[in-house]
Design a protein around this ligand. Sequence first.
Ligand code: SF4
Length: 143
Amino acid sequence: MPERFLSELRDAVAAGRGQFEYLRDLGFDEVSAAARIGTTLAGPAQGGETLEKIRADLESCGCCGLCKTRKKLVFGVGNPQARLVLVGEAPGREEDEKGEPFVGEAGRLLDRILFAMGLQRDEVYICNVLMCRTPIIRVPEPE
Ligand code: SF4
């Protein structure tokens, strides 16, 4: 295995461990937290909402103003029935251009991490908290 990949994998595992420790400190159990998120996305939402309907609604969302500078809405992809949901922060330049989360360098690293875990991308669900790219890195505004 190339040393660069091992180094990236070690960094990712360390970062993931920190996230799980943070969740544990908040009182979450790691497995049940992931399953709860997956259930929310996979099942029919209140009022018969589906991921497709939510996506369609967000295409015209202007709640926070980031829609004005985005190229494409970056909605989640993957298996809506997945038990593992990976949630990033916000789309980057390549995600904004393609309209898909975790593409480019970050996506290739994620694919390698999933492969090392014995998973394929279509076995998990991948999304971001923000669906539109922030043009600059800044402190979040109230919206
Ligand atoms: S980032 Fe989210 S809330 Fe803001 S405009 Fe885009 S879809 Fe709406």
